[in-house]
Design a binder for this molecule. Sequence first.
Ligand SMILES: Cc1ncc(COP(=O)(O)O)c(C=O)c1O
Length: 361
Amino acid sequence: MKYNIKITKTQNSHLSDVDFDNIPFGRVFSDHMFVAEYRKGKWEDLRIEPFGRFTIHPAAMALHYGQAIFEGMKASKSFEGKPLFFRPEMHARRFNNSARRMCMPEVPEELFLQALDQLVAIDSDWIPPQEGSALYIRPYMFANDEFIGVKPSENYRFIIFTGPVGPYYPKPVSLIAEQEYVRCAVEGGTGEAKVAGNYAASLLPARKANEKGYDQVMWLDANEFRYVQEVGTMNIFFVIDGTVVTPSLNGGILPGITRDSILKIFREKGYKVEERNISIDELMDAFDAGKLQEAFGTGTAAVVAHVSKIAIGDKVMELQPVEKRKLGEMAKKEIDGLRAGKVKDTHGWIVPVKHLELAKA
Ligand SMILES: Cc1ncc(COP(=O)(O)O)c(C=O)c1O
């Protein structure tokens, strides 16, 4: 089905103000945004309009009861300058999984993908051409009923905006296992959904980790504080005695699209890969036996971020220098190569931006 999206272009592009060689993350926004309203059981008023502020009612339900979900994805340019998405339909599906969990209406996958394509086509000049840079894309939805009282809202707003981001050169991150707090991300909770509240609940433990000198929290399961879940905004992988191991998806972990891609890449290349429970005792034993060879986080922002050290209680495990780690680097190169159009896409993960004529009209 083809959706009718009304397009109003800005008369006042600020593209020429942007220094693509020096872009602060999360602070620069492209010229346009997509907006749709959910009213009386259907999505309507589909529009692309100049990026800018909008007003909401003080009683807008999302502000009080937290029905708010989002996605984070990227468009990049191939080495030939062609704009590309990476697995956009996976993001659309995950968005709808999040919507179902939060009792919010789904956005038809076709609508999500058409809105995304047209918006990014119009602002395709905002995709930085530099290798490793990208256009970060933020689809989100929030409850917009003007009502006080706990119930699912009847009105929602779905928005997509974008902004260029520079190359991400993550320095290795230090992690501390969290043995006091849990997020809402427990089995049966909201961990496998990308909901705003999960991130709010992570902030205090993250601040305490920073005060102890660590970059990020390594979340453990909420029942026993024993099994590793994920890290900040990344899934986590370990290489133990040559085997790639990552926590299995158990309902408490966000099913990362980078995680899924990297698992497929390792399997295809013939590495031994296991998705299973990983206890902190196993990690400490592997470290003591000299078998904990690598640890890295995976996510859209960094692709792969190596872990420098992990603290579990009083035990601090310093991992081997990044130069000696092969698998994390290999996975990053492969995904960066796909995004730059330099590695052949045998999976259908790379989707070209289609309606580029909209940029000129
Ligand atoms: C909690 C959490 N885990 C994992 C990820 C990695 O997911 P993806 O690879 O889809 O970016 C993210 C980022 O979206 C996240 O916020």
